[in-house]
Design a binder for this molecule. Structure first.
Ligand code: AMP
Length: 395
């Protein structure tokens, strides 16, 4: 079979050549489906498993559509976290800058004067978290008259309470006709209905129809009581063959407490949550990407979209409160076809969400066990295929 190229999808030779230098030779499935529609100006919801190339699926055609003569914001991308905004900018910049298009990112916790000065100098693609964007719209000036496309990344999260008011407000500031693109790995039905109100004749691209989680991800579960979690976790961290791991807790306090407990025993461990000062958050992510941190304890602030290829293990120290969060957290591994392992500790209080993970997403975690609990031998454990996600259509 001859593999498709970006030019077959309507991407011009100049941009395709730039993509090639970045190692993007052939489009991924979500890119094949969405790029032609985005170029046509259609509104759409793009739903595909995490790590499937959703960011580029959106960024590549939008870069091509920028009118280089107009030095104003033409594309606005909203993301729920600052880390994701920065990562989005990185990916967009790698193609946009050599193509002669100017992207920029604004987010809370960073010097606003620098943001304002850069915006004044002319930005064509703006990536933003809602808070800082609204602050600038309210208190300063932001030219949105030339905006052609609005992208809502991690759309189901952005349309939930707490964010929806912000998104509504930002939407109301764009008075001219524009294209709206929503991307996420999960899209619960009530949120989708809400999303449709934002769009005109939108197409819902749902990849592999039945699939929203990676198939190369093995899921395991350990039944634990609250008091035994710390020891079980230390054992996993010491015995498992882990390249890098993200360890999720449900609250900031639990992140900090767990870090304090593990810090003595485990090397190269650190923590991150939304309550830390932004510069520190950025530095920790950079260290994690550079593999200077092996184990990162965190909250759901890291659950969505973050792309660190070498993450081999996701550990849920706490099972999350929603099945969507489980899909996003575990999707931080097994990126773009790689293998990954997710290990979740669950207590008897987690039964409801555990059932939903199985029923809604067809994930059937296998019991995790240490075959050699003492003697420091490496844990041997079969990678059961039954433990892989066999996905039914999500509700
Ligand atoms: P995403 O799902 O957007 O987080 O993307 C996952 C990873 O795949 C990112 O590191 C992208 O840079 C990479 N990627 C996306 N599309 C392609 C492509 N067509 N060829 C090679 N790598 C890609």
């Amino acid at each position: 079979m001859i593999e498709e190229n970006f030019t077959d999808l309507g991407i011009n030779e100049e941009l395709a050549a730039i993509l090639k230098t970045k190692g993007f030779e052939h489009p991924t499935p979500i890119q094949k489906q969405t790029i032609p529609l985005i170029l046509e100006g259609k509104d759409l919801i793009g739903q595909a498993e995490t790590g499937s190339g959703k960011t580029a699926a959106c960024a590549i055609p939008l870069i091509q559509q920028i009118d280089k003569e107009i030095n104003d914001i033409q594309v606005l991308v909203l993301t729920p976290t600052r880390e994701l905004a920065l990562q989005y900018l990185d990916e967009v910049s790698s193609f946009a800058t050599p193509y002669g298009v100017t992207p920029f990112v604004i987010y809370g916790g960073f010097n606003k004067d620098i943001h304002l000065a850069k915006l004044k100098s002319g930005v064509q693609i703006l990536v933003a978290t809602p808070g800082r964007l609204i602050d600038i719209i309210h208190n300063h000036y932001l030219a949105l008259e030339n905006l052609k496309t609005m992208v809502i990344d991690e759309a189901d999260e952005m349309l939930k309470m707490g964010f929806i008011e912000d998104v509504d407000f930002i939407k109301s500031c764009i008075v001219q006709k524009h294209q709206t693109l929503l991307f996420s790995a999960t899209m619960p039905e009530p949120i989708k209905r809400l999303a449709m109100k934002y769009m005109k004749g939108a197409v819902h691209i749902k990849l592999n129809m039945a699939q929203s989680v990676p198939v190369n991800l093995s899921h395991y579960v350990i039944r634990a009581e609250r008091g035994s979690k710390d020891n079980t976790l230390s054992e996993i961290l010491l015995k498992e063959d882990i390249v890098q791991s993200i360890i999720f807790c449900n609250t900031r306090t639990r992140v900090k407490t767990l870090f304090k407990t593990l810090q003595q025993k485990i090397k190269n461990i650190d923590y991150l949550h939304g309550g830390l000062e932004q510069n520190l958050r950025t530095r920790i992510i950079e260290k994690f990407r550079a593999k200077k941190i092996k184990f990162l304890i965190t909250t759901d602030v890291m659950a969505r979209g973050i792309d660190v290829r070498s993450v081999s293990h996701i550990i849920n120290y706490d099972l999350p409160k929603t099945s969507e969060s489980y899909v996003h957290r575990t999707g931080r591994t097994a990126r773009l076809g790689k293998k990954g392992t997710a290990i979740s500790m669950m207590t008897r209080f987690d039964e409801d969400v555990y059932r939903e993970i199985r029923e809604k997403y067809g994930i059937n975690p296998m019991p995790f066990s240490f075959s050699a609990p003492s003697g420091g031998q490496k844990v041997s454990r079969e990678h059961h295929h039954a433990g892989h996600s066999r996905i039914q259509p999500s509700a």
